[in-house]
Ligand binder design. Structure first.
Ligand SMILES: [Zn+2]
Length: 385
């Protein structure tokens, strides 16, 4: 873990370890544990911290298994250091604060943790990292203010990712957004001095493939198709659709949908946050598949039909999850209120097929057509209206 901490801004990090257990944490178990919590994990504090450091790191991290005590120079050296370390009178203190955020991002059971991601960021010593984070946060904040007229402090933006209230933002999206706010993804200027080919978006012929490009302009990230689908779905509510920007996506947890009287509409707010966060996360997945899995092969681009199917699966899954979460027998006090879930999905699901998402087409008689709804203060200018 120290190795990851001390090399935050390198591009590639090769770690050799003789512990299959540690390697499994990094390669296999991290996601599951973040989803299910760390209650059955050995050394939960340091395990979480290790995962947190990896999430925060900008480096491409590769892990290799070596045999212990077998003459591998690095490994024997590490053993020697460990022995020296264990003989010290006062043990070295290791910063495990990154783990607190992992705990917060992860299982709901851990949502009571006192620490708060914002303070974690504020206290961090690396100024370059902090500057990047501050820039991302202030952009996000400014965007949300421009759209809603409400200014939220950075702590609010962080806490929406941390608390994930009422099951609106998924753990995966929150982790993605959290890392984005740290400019921790290997996109855009990360590649500037390493690999000019990965710095630019070849297909769009733009010099920098950054998150803004991926989400709002790119021709190969699927963003155009995905946002069109989201806009169409939202159109059923009769409410205006905003211009999509990176700030809107990262600050989505603070976006409220209000009626003419300024009253927050809980169901519509949930739906809006679900549509934006799920759509954004799908675009991110498509982009990564295209850049990495499909090696930017033009013959292997995601088709509109493929993207559409993926989007419907993603939203349909959320719809079913919402209904599942209303089960009081299973979730007790944490269960979602049925009425609120109904208000969330009103107008955009097919009554005929129950939980299956409709095509939003007027031919489908099962679709509940929007009644026009109330105007809201969500009325930004922009090309996506
Ligand atoms: Zn592009």
């Amino acid at each position: 873990m120290l190795c990851v901490q001390q090399n935050r801004n390198v591009h590639k990090l090769k770690i050799a370890s003789d512990s299959q257990y540690t390697i499994d944490i990094m390669t296999k178990n991290a996601r599951e544990w973040m989803d299910k919590g760390f209650s059955r994990v050995k050394n939960p504090e340091s395990t979480r911290a290790l995962i947190g450091e990896i999430l925060k790191s900008r480096a491409l991290i590769m892990v290799r298994k070596v045999k212990g005590h077998s003459g591998d120079m690095g490994n024997d050296g590490a053993d020697a250091l460990a022995n020296t370390g264990s003989e010290k009178d006062t043990p070295d203190t290791i910063d495990v604060s990154a783990g607190e955020t992992v705990a917060d991002l992860g299982a709901k059971a851990n949502s009571l943790s006192q620490s708060n991601a914002y303070h974690l960021i504020k206290d961090r010593s690396h100024s370059g990292e902090r500057r990047r984070t501050e820039r991302m946060i202030s952009n996000t904040r400014a965007t949300i203010t421009a759209i809603t007229g409400t200014d939220h402090p950075p702590s609010k933006i962080w806490s929406t990712l941390r608390k994930r209230k009422k099951g609106v933002l998924t753990q995966k999206f929150s982790a993605f957004a959290w890392k984005s706010l740290h400019e921790g993804h290997k996109v855009g200027d990360f590649w500037k001095h390493i690999n000019p080919d990965r710095h630019k978006c070849q297909q769009c012929n733009v010099p920098v493939e950054n998150l803004e490009h991926i989400f709002t302009e790119c021709r190969v990230s699927g963003q155009e198709t995905v946002w069109a689908l989201a806009k169409k779905a939202w159109g059923q509510t009769g409410l205006p659709w905003p211009e999509i920007s990176l700030g809107l996506i990262l600050g989505i947890g603070t976006m409220d949908i209000k009626n003419d009287q300024g009253k927050t509409l809980d169901g519509r707010t949930r739906l809006f946050r679900i549509l934006i966060s799920e759509s954004a996360y799908l675009i991110w997945l498509l982009r990564c598949e295209w850049r990495i899995g499909r090696e930017q092969n033009v013959l292997n681009m995601h088709t509109v039909a493929e993207i559409t199917a993926r989007w419907k699966v993603a939203i349909g899954r959320r719809l079913r999850l919402d209904w599942a979460l209303t089960n009081k027998m299973a979730f007790g006090k944490k269960a979602l209120r049925t009425a609120e879930v109904k208000r969330t999905w009103k107008d955009i699901y097919s009554a005929k097929n129950q939980s299956v998402l409709s095509d939003f087409s007027s031919e489908d008689e099962g679709v509940l057509v929007g009644t026009g709804g109330n105007a809201t203060q969500l009325r930004p200018p922009g090309r996506n209206r």
